[in-house]
Structures are given as C-alpha cells and as structure tokens.
Design a binder for this molecule. Structure first.
Ligand code: DI6
Ligand code: FE
Length: 406
C-alpha cells in the first residue's frame, strides 16, 4: 500500500540521459517517507494508494538543496553597505568596528531564541522557493559557547521551517579580536578544544574553514583539517575566493566534500578536485554583491567533469539573499552555466556536496520523498524568472510542508 500517489504531473528527476531527467506525464508514489516509484504514468504498476493527488500538470523536482549558507547570524550590515556606497573604504569600515567582526559582536550578544527567530525568517523565504535541505555554518561566534549556540539554533531553524539541516563548524572563519595577532593560540583553540567539544556534542556534520590572505593560511587550514579527521568529520573549504592559495588542492588532499567560491581556481586545483571527487560549489550572489570581476573557470571545470553545485552563500556581509532561485539565475547569467547545469547544481550535485547523495538530490526510488512542485511549463524556468512566485507544493520525507509563510 502506497501512502500517496502524485499524478497529472511532469517529473524532472535530475538523473538519466534526458535533459533534466525529464519524464512527461509522470506519476510518483510515496511510501514510508520515501519515493516508492517514479516513472511514466502509463507504466504505473497496479498498486493501491491511500491517497491520490492530481497536480494539474505541474512539474515536480527534487527539493532544492542550498549547500552553502551562513544563515544563522544576528543583525545585518546594511548600514556598512550604505557607507561603502558613499565612498567609505573597507579599511574605514573595519576601523569603525565593521565587517565580519561586527556580525561576531552582534551574534555573541544574541540569545539562542533570537538567533532562531531571525534565521527562521530567512529559512522560510528559502522554503517558499522550494528548498528542502539547507546547509548552515557557524563562524560568527569564534568562541566555543557562541559557536555551539549557533549550531543548536541551526537545528531549531530546521524544525521551525520544516527543512532538513546539515551543519558545518566554521570556527576558522576569522581571527577573534581578543586574540590580537596570536594566530597560533586561536588555531590551537579551534583544533584542541572547539572541534573535540563540538564533535562530542554531535553538533556538526562537517568542518569548514576560510583559507584566504585575510583569514587563515593553508598551513593553519591543514591543522584544522587534521583535527577534523581525528574526529572523523568530513571537511569542506572556502577556497580561492579572493586569491589562489592552493586551497582546492589542500581540500582535495583531505577528500573534502566540497571546495567553495573558486573564482581564482588554478588548473592544478581543478585536477586535484577531479582526482578526489570533490564538488566545486559556486556562489554567484557573493560574486555579484562584491562586484567581483574574476569568474570561476566554469569551462575548464565542465570539461574536467568536476561536479558543480550552486548555492546562495546567504550571509550578512557578502551575500544578503535568501533566494536560491536568484542564485540559479546568476549562475547562468554571470557564470555561463546552462539552466540544466545550474538546477543539477542545486539538486544532485548539492546533495553530493553534503555527502547526502544516497538520500536526496534526485527523484529515484528509495530516496527520501523531498519534493518541490512548481507552476512552470519547462524546468528551465526555475533559473529564468527573477523574483517570480513559482512554488506550488513542498514535501519533506513524504509529508506536505507547503504553506509555511515566507
Ligand atoms: N566568505 C564570504 O564571502 C563570507 N565568509 C566567507 O568565508 C563573508 C562573511 C561575512 O562577511 O560576514
Ligand atoms: Fe561562505
């Protein structure tokens, strides 16, 4: 007995040889929270279902997966952005206490409830655009207590917005002010105290770091990766965003799930990612907001067959957006991905970037029934419209969870 049978729909399964893995005039059966059957309606096996729901010719895709966000934070940096628009430099703003450390200050002062409340608003906006899985990083606490609070808040946001959450510990995001220039002492804290405590408390799925001239060196990043490995945690990396630090190769050496940003990725970096099977995550909204000009080497990544994922990078400093559909559009307009590549990058490849490819990311029998239902006539529309209201339904683990207000 199936729990639910979805009929009168088209399925973009995001797997198989057809563009978008499309099956026109499809049916999708759900049982026990999983996809029990998906295929052409005319091939539907004889089977009882407790409920049948016709979808008026809508398209069904895997629920969208935003695999790189900093969704939990307090305050925002609109004021700072306004000062920049009036000519203030990054240094002026930093001297006035702005930048990433202003978000750290605000986040340290915020209660767990306040963090949950502000992030849930953003998560609901994402849910309203078809997101069923969201990765959330810590990294605005930079002390064990606040990092842990952010990670607990992230789990609660998932409950409140009915979204599956994957959590990453990003203690190596910035050097906290109380450490002055004592970089080693802070990296020691991350490796010897924070990672063990956070792993022990079961607060994370992976460990991330920001490898950049303005953040942590490759040697410091490697120490963080080694500590993660000692606690059996997979790693991912903010790599090659503003300069080529060899971060992608370092990530590959530690079999990272993903290397993210990659505007300055070299040919050697591409070869390393290919060899380790690491997903290249591109974040075009941050590129846009920072008015960057150097783009990630999409053509070379494509010809090396490195899987490319697309995410929002939602954060108050460089990507103040809760719109995964806009990230799809920008992946196409700014980076030159095809709509099919972009949507694959927010479903199948994003699942792999989270190590969840056996569970989510495509419409296939036995995967979790995490679905998005869209009022569109062609899957490419998901990357085409800007600011449209396209979602008609959302299922998480087989349960209808649409209607949570944005
Ligand atoms: N790269 C980014 O673009 C963000 N973090 C990172 O590692 C910026 C975060 C911020 O400015 O608050
Ligand atoms: Fe980021």
């Amino acid at each position: 007995m199936w729990d639910l049978l979805l009929t009168d729909c088209h399925a973009a399964t995001m797997t198989g040889a057809e563009p978008y893995g499309a099956i026109r005039d499809a049916a999708i059966a759900i049982a026990g929270g999983r996809i029990a059957w998906v295929g052409a309606a005319k091939a539907l096996p004889q089977h009882d279902a407790r409920e049948t729901r016709p979808l008026d010719g809508a398209w069904v895709t895997p629920g969208l997966i935003d695999c790189h966000t900093h969704l939990v934070f307090a305050g925002n940096r609109a004021r700072e952005w306004e000062l920049r628009a009036k000519g203030a430099t990054y240094e002026d703003i930093a001297r006035a206490g702005g930048g990433i450390l202003s978000t750290v200050r605000a986040t340290r002062e915020a209660s767990e409830d306040a963090l949950v409340q502000s992030a849930t608003g953003r998560a609901r906006a994402m849910a309203h655009q078809g997101v069923t899985t969201l990765e959330i990083k810590s990294g605005y606490g930079l002390d064990l207590e606040t990092e842990s609070r952010m990670l607990r808040a992230a789990a609660r946001v998932g409950e409140a917005a009915k979204i599956r959450i994957s959590r990453s510990f990003l203690g190596a995001h910035a050097l906290p002010p109380e450490y002055g220039d004592n970089r080693k002492a802070y990296v020691d804290l991350v490796c010897h105290e924070m990672i063990p405590a956070i792993a022990e408390a079961g607060l994370v799925d992976a460990v991330d770091a920001f490898c950049e001239t303005i953040a942590f060196t490759p040697a410091e990043t490697e120490r963080v990766f080694a500590a993660a490995r000692a606690h059996k945690l997979r790693v991912r990396l903010h790599a090659e965003q503003l300069s080529d630090q060899g971060g992608a190769a370092l990530a590959a050496k530690y079999h990272a799930l993903s290397a993210d940003h990659l505007e300055h990725l070299s040919d050697d970096g591409i070869a390393a990612l290919k060899q380790s099977g690491t997903v290249a995550v591109v974040l075009p909204c941050a590129f846009y907001f920072l008015r960057e000009t150097r783009k990630p080497p999409i053509v070379a990544l494509r010809s090396a067959n490195v899987p490319i994922a697309v995410a929002t990078d939602c954060n108050p400093g460089t990507s103040p957006t809760a719109s995964p559909l806009m990230a799809l559009n920008m992946a196409c307009t700014l980076y030159g991905l095809t709509p099919e590549e972009a949507i694959t990058g927010m479903t199948r490849h994003a699942a792999r970037a989270l190590g969840l490819e056996a569970e989510i990311g495509t419409l296939e029998a036995n995967k979790s029934a995490d679905l998005a239902i869209w009022a569109i006539a062609d899957p490419a529309e998901l990357a085409y419209w800007i600011g449209a209201d396209l979602l008609r339904g959302r299922y998480l683990k087989g349960r209808s969870v649409h209607g949570t207000k944005p």
